[in-house]
Design a protein around this ligand. Structure first.
Ligand SMILES: Cc1cc2nc3c(=O)[nH]c(=O)nc-3n(C[C@H](O)[C@H](O)[C@H](O)COP(=O)(O)OP(=O)(O)OC[C@H]3O[C@@H](n4cnc5c(N)ncnc54)[C@H](O)[C@@H]3O)c2cc1C
Length: 329
């Protein structure tokens, strides 16, 4: 029996497992396939909501608190594992919507500003992580910290005794624990009944092979973005498709994303598309993160529904769920 069972090995599950282990809990993390292969792998790694004023207060609160610790957290994980998550303060150049009254009011409320740039507004403090590397490092880190990872163990239902959850039944065997933390991303409603349904919103993304410094900042325009990695690779995303768990990618989207990048940086027109993939954002009708206790079982905790912002909200979401379990808050 573990103190805590974490269901799902994306960024939310692994960061939750890390903070719980650091708080002294005996943690088992289950994943239905392998950790670090789903939305958290597929994402762009921008450590900020795209247009923050379009999100609710909790999303911004979790995001701003996470932004304050991300650099140090990545440095710590790098030091502890030897794997570099490549935290990079590349800044974000917003080409549209920064001058709306809504944006102005939000920036004033948060006492934030931007630098004027010939092409828009430069938010110089916005950073990115190389999310597949962050996940690889996180996985190594939590194993070092004593978390027991069990892959190919799919949670099928809660085990309930006398009105209390005592564990989960999986396709392998039953696991029992004092506390169960649901971090199953877009699949959360597939195995557990929730007050609000979580469903997948597919995002397609491409990566272009380019030279370092071809693009200096993350660029955001018309809801789409261009993310320059340190080694010259450039990610371009993304789509928002409500098509269930259909992983397919299509040529038309690949061309549209490539064209979006080439229209802003002419030289990218001839860049090779190295890879094209999709991922499932965990969405809900309210688009609000679910962070707290389950309605019915007070030892089942939800840390899911992070939609477009799971990478940037992960550290603070993990901290808060840990505080709730350890009664610190
Ligand atoms: C194209 C794209 C771009 C994005 N860009 C960004 C960005 O730039 N910045 C940002 O902050 N966010 C971004 N996001 C959103 C972000 O990726 C997600 O919000 C985040 O990854 C959600 O993390 P998660 O751990 O909840 O989900 P996931 O990473 O999907 O992990 C869920 C895990 O749970 C496991 N699981 C599911 N069901 C079960 C079960 N029954 N039993 C056991 N295991 C189970 C799955 O196998 C999976 O490993 C992007 C997403 C996409 C798709």
């Amino acid at each position: 029996m573990s103190d805590c069972l974490v269901i799902g090995g994306g960024v939310i599950g692994m960061m939750s497992a890390r903070t719980l282990a650091l708080a002294g809990a005996k943690v088992t993390l289950l994943d239905q396939s392998q950790c670090a292969q789903e939305s958290s792998w597929a994402g762009g790694g921008i450590i900020s909501p795209l247009y923050p004023w379009k999100y609710d207060d909790l999303t911004n609160e979790l995001s701003i608190a996470s932004q304050q610790v991300y650099e140090q957290l990545c440095a710590q994980i790098h030091e502890d594992t030897g794997l570099d998550p490549q935290y990079l303060k590349s800044g974000l150049l917003m080409m549209d919507e920064f001058d709306t009254p809504e944006a102005g009011a939000w920036l004033e409320r948060h006492n934030l500003g931007y630098d004027k740039h010939p092409k828009g507004a430069l938010f110089a403090n916005i950073a990115q992580v190389r999310n597949p590397r962050l996940l690889k490092a996180l996985k190594a880190d939590i194993v070092n910290k004593g978390v027991n990872i069990v892959e190919h163990a799919k949670a099928e239902e809660l085990l309930v005794k006398g009105g209390r959850a005592i564990g989960v039944k999986t396709n392998q065997k039953n696991y029992t624990a004092d506390h169960i933390v649901v971090c199953s991303g877009a699949w959360s409603s597939q195995w557990l009944s929730l007050s609000e349904k979580i469903f997948p919103i597919k995002g397609q993304m491409i990566v272009l092979k380019s030279k370092p410094s071809e693009v200096e900042h993350i660029v955001l325009d018309q809801g789409r973005y261009i993310i320059p990695r340190k080694d010259g690779r450039i990610l371009v995303g993304s789509t928002m498709q409500k098509v269930g768990f259909d992983r397919s990618t299509d040529e038309q989207t690949c061309q549209a994303l490539h064209q979006f990048a080439a229209q802003r940086f002419e030289r990218l027109a001839n860049a090779t598309v190295e890879h094209h993939w999709s991922g499932f954002r965990p969405a809900s009708a309210s688009a609000k993160v679910m962070l707290g206790r389950h309605d019915e079982f007070d030892n089942v905790y939800l840390n899911t529904g992070h939609f477009r912002n799971g990478l940037n909200m992960a550290p603070e979401s993990a901290k808060r769920i840990t505080q709730l379990i350890t009664h610190e808050a």
